[in-house]
Ligand binder design. Structure first.
Ligand SMILES: *[C@@H]1O[C@H](CO)[C@@H](O)[C@H](O)[C@H]1NC(C)=O
Ligand SMILES: *[C@@H]1O[C@H](CO)[C@@H](O)[C@H](O)[C@H]1NC(C)=O
Ligand SMILES: *[C@@H]1O[C@H](CO)[C@@H](O)[C@H](O)[C@H]1NC(C)=O
Ligand SMILES: *[C@@H]1O[C@H](CO)[C@@H](O)[C@H](O)[C@H]1NC(C)=O
Ligand SMILES: *[C@@H]1O[C@H](CO)[C@@H](O)[C@H](O)[C@H]1NC(C)=O
Ligand SMILES: *[C@@H]1O[C@H](CO)[C@@H](O)[C@H](O)[C@H]1NC(C)=O
Length: 415
């Protein structure tokens, strides 16, 4: 790095650091003498007991693509910690249909086969996203061609290609905008995204709308409903959701629209809560986390409709590499897991990237990140032991605890 840039960063970083408010002291389940914060991590051994209490299989997963490094480490971690696999990139459109009409499911099936080889279950991510599209898309297709041919053919080829043994498919990913308002209907929520295909060029506000209605959404879900096994949930997956706010309301409106228009029973649909968050004060939302009380209330609302929920892509950025922030990360992650464990309609919880050196979020000057359960050497972090303690506490039949991420004045855990 040029010296002048280094000097600039030295000046800028303390200024940035001053703007972050203090990390709260938190109380953790893993602080209780019964639980451990060192030694082997054996979460997978607890999952059958967790499933027993839930009355249905519980899927605790992580991402894996067949080209990932650290094969021995990865194999070991799926044998001992995770019982569920999702491809981070290998099932995306750019990889699965690089040439129009020619499905290539090598990488997607590779992830599914990795799951099988580890006696783990598999979920699909994703059949439609505006990003990571093949070079021939968004490109030169008409709205009619897209809705009548391109989308249904892609969704069908991918879902049938992967077969019936898939817990859930992200049929559509991230089509709702970040500046929604309460009065918007489902179409307005989607147009607010300002991305292809409600624009002919992705993200260009000056580009003319290509598709002017929700026909592309209906086309994708209709094709998925036809192609998927009856046991596979059809998911709408979105980020910065969970609060009682207009973006989350948009997700519910979209699910209801899909149910009403495509005639998919509500108990086949699900909402994925990505949960890419930062350990930061809630005033910083959307960057910060959603407290367990809010997340639990949102999950319950969807349960009332008969719709499942999933935590699909959790990672938690910390702003400093300190014990206080490591504890806050553990509290937020543990609370999010509890929100899922104690919800009647949540059966999948997926951690995005297995270790800090392989995360899609890498450190920047002034931001530590450290967003996964395992450190850069592949050793389990405090947050991983906290999840183990939460699973054990749940398996032992204990009632839901208070929201630890809000600090010790709000919540001190006991057994
Ligand atoms: C993991 O893989 C990366 C990339 O190949 C390599 O640099 C690193 O040394 C590996 N770490 C371990 C612990 O195997
Ligand atoms: C399919 O994808 C795999 C993995 O990316 C690649 O090695 C292979 O060449 C592709 N097959 C075809 C026919 O393009
Ligand atoms: C489906 O997945 C489950 C869980 O991994 C496995 O036990 C079962 O053998 C698989 N079935 C088929 C037909 O692949
Ligand atoms: C794009 O589509 C239009 C309309 O079908 C056609 O006239 C044009 O030749 C196409 N361009 C390319 C580069 O394929
Ligand atoms: C959610 O927010 C709306 C709008 O502020 C409010 O009318 C509604 O009562 C809230 N619902 C819950 C469950 O808090
Ligand atoms: C975080 O701090 C610990 C010591 O407290 C150190 O061992 C570790 O290397 C640091 N991690 C990073 C990614 O800087």
């Amino acid at each position: 790095m040029p010296a002048v840039l280094t000097a600039l960063l030295v000046v800028l970083v303390p200024a940035w650091a001053q703007t972050s408010t203090p990390t709260p002291d938190v109380s953790l389940v893993s602080d209780l003498p019964l639980f451990s914060t060192s030694g082997p991590l054996l979460i997978r051994g607890l999952l059958p007991l967790v499933s027993l209490r839930k009355g249905a299989p519980f899927h605790f997963g992580a991402t894996h693509d067949i080209w990932n490094p650290n094969a021995t480490w990865t194999s070991n971690v799926f044998n001992t910690v995770f019982n569920h696999v999702v491809a981070e990139n290998g099932c995306k459109w750019y990889d699965t249909e690089p040439v129009r009409g020619e499905a290539n499911l090598t990488d997607c099936k590779g992830a599914s086969q990795f799951a099988g080889a580890h006696h783990a279950t598999f979920r699909g991510h994703n059949t439609f996203w505006h990003s990571q599209t093949p070079e021939w898309l968004p490109g030169n297709v008409t709205a009619e061609d897209l809705v009548k041919n391109v989308i249904p053919e892609h969704v069908k080829a991918e879902i049938t290609g992967l077969g019936p043994n898939v817990t859930s498919w992200d049929v559509m990913n991230e089509i709702i905008g970040d500046t929604t308002t309460w009065d918007m209907d489902a179409l307005a929520c989607v147009q607010n995204k300002n991305a292809w295909p409600t624009r002919s060029v992705d993200g260009d506000a000056t580009s003319a709308p290509l598709v002017k209605d929700l026909s592309f959404v209906h086309a994708a879900f209709a094709a998925a409903f036809k192609a998927a096994a009856p046991s596979t949930r059809l998911v709408y997956n979105e980020y910065y959701t969970g609060f009682n706010d207009s973006k989350t309301a948009c997700v519910v409106k979209l699910i209801e629209d899909i149910h009403n228009t495509v005639n998919i029973p509500l108990n086949r649909l699900a909402v994925g809560f990505q949960s890419h968050v930062t350990a930061a004060p809630i005033v910083d939302f959307p960057r910060s986390f959603v407290p367990k009380t809010d997340l639990g209330a949102t999950f319950k609302r969807l349960a009332g409709l008969g719709v499942d929920v999933l935590v699909t892509e959790i990672d938690i950025v910390v702003q400093t590499n300190t014990t206080a922030d490591a504890r806050w990360q553990a509290a937020i992650w543990g609370d999010t897991l509890d929100a899922c464990l104690y919800a009647s309609n949540c059966h999948e919880f997926i951690n995005w990237d297995t270790r800090d050196d392989q995360s899609w979020i890498q450190p920047k000057p002034g931001r530590a990140t450290l967003p996964t359960l395992f450190d850069v050497d592949g050793n389990p972090k405090l947050v991983a032991y906290e999840l183990q303690a939460r699973f054990a506490r749940f398996a032992l039949g204990r009632p839901e605890t208070c929201a630890t991420a809000l600090g010790t004045t709000a919540c001190t855990v006991s057994f």
